[in-house]
Ligand binder design. Structure first.
Ligand SMILES: Nc1ncnc2c1ncn2[C@@H]1O[C@H](COP(=O)(O)OP(=O)(O)OP(=O)(O)O)[C@@H](O)[C@H]1O
Length: 255
């Protein structure tokens, strides 16, 4: 299952009137960025797409089938989630945590095998946390935890990535490495949708954008059509100066 559909989807943002219904498809090979100010509903949207929260109206579709009608294991194999709230349930090492990504693929009492371990080791190395494999997760820094969360989803091998601020806590080098990884996932035929606060990362790495406005309005489409300065200024309530660097637009807040 590698196509995510939003069919007249109205997300349930507490205390807010219904916003514009969202109708779009996140196709294999596409990288979608969701942009909007604090509290507009970006996380709520991703949670709804993951089936963790019911929409007010409309539906989420995987390959045209309503998410609500699919089995949990089927959904867990298809969707990889990089979300913000992570709790340390019990003491686990970095390697053990990455291997949790294989659980949708194993039966209830099946132990991880050699191929599972290989996938985890490759993912840990890709996210530059392989040297921490024996460490307890509780001892990791914020950025190391974030990279482990992404390595765990990479170990899972989902066809669709849903990521809530995947560059959170990351230094500049690791921000770029993670965006490159997500772009690579798309180039290999997977679909990616992520929330971002950094407009410039979105402008450089996403090919489609969904803009969520505080009044419930929304617009979406190919990146170049969405990166209109006046629309972005209205989105954030912030004046912006623009330049072009390295072939991509760069937006800088104006005091
Ligand atoms: N359980 C809840 N009870 C009440 N309000 C909630 C609850 N969960 C979310 N909200 C509210 O819903 C709105 C949307 O929240 P959401 O986390 O989706 O926003 P966001 O766009 O991801 O914000 P941010 O950029 O700050 O991460 C916010 O105003 C938030 O306070």
């Amino acid at each position: 299952m590698n196509r995510l559909g939003l069919g007249d989807l109205v997300i349930d943002v507490p205390g807010r009137d219904d916003g514009r219904a969202l109708s779009l498809g996140v196709e294999p090979g596409q990288v979608w960025g969701v942009l909007g100010p604090n509290g507009v509903g970006k996380t709520t949207l991703l949670h709804t797409l993951a089936g963790l929260r019911a929409p007010r109206a409309g539906q989420v579709l995987l390959d045209g089938q309503a998410l609500a009608t699919l089995g949990r294991r089927q959904v867990a194999r298809a969707l990889g989630l990089v979300f913000q709230d992570r709790q340390d349930g019990f003491p686990a090492t970095v390697r053990e945590t990455a291997l949790i990504g294989r659980h949708p693929w194993l039966s209830a009492w099946q132990m991880e095998g050699g191929e599972d371990l290989r996938l985890a080791e490759t993912a840990l190395a890709r996210l530059d946390v392989d040297h921490l494999a024996e460490r307890l997760v509780s001892t990791l820094s914020g950025g190391e935890r974030q990279r482990l969360a992404i390595a765990t989803v990479l170990t899972q091998t989902p066809q669709i990535w849903l990521a809530d601020e995947p560059t959170n806590h990351l230094d500049l080098h690791h921000q770029t490495a993670v965006m490159a990884l997500l772009a690579e996932q798309a180039a290999e035929g997977r679909a990616v949708m992520m929330c971002l606060h950094d407009l410039n990362l979105a402008a450089r790495w996403c090919d489609h954008l969904l803009l969520l406005y505080p009044d419930g309005e929304a617009c979406w489409g190919p990146r170049d059509a969405m990166l209109e300065t006046s629309a972005l200024e209205r989105l954030y309530g912030q004046r912006l100066a623009t330049a072009e660097v390295d072939g991509a637009p760069v937006f800088v807040p104006v005091r």
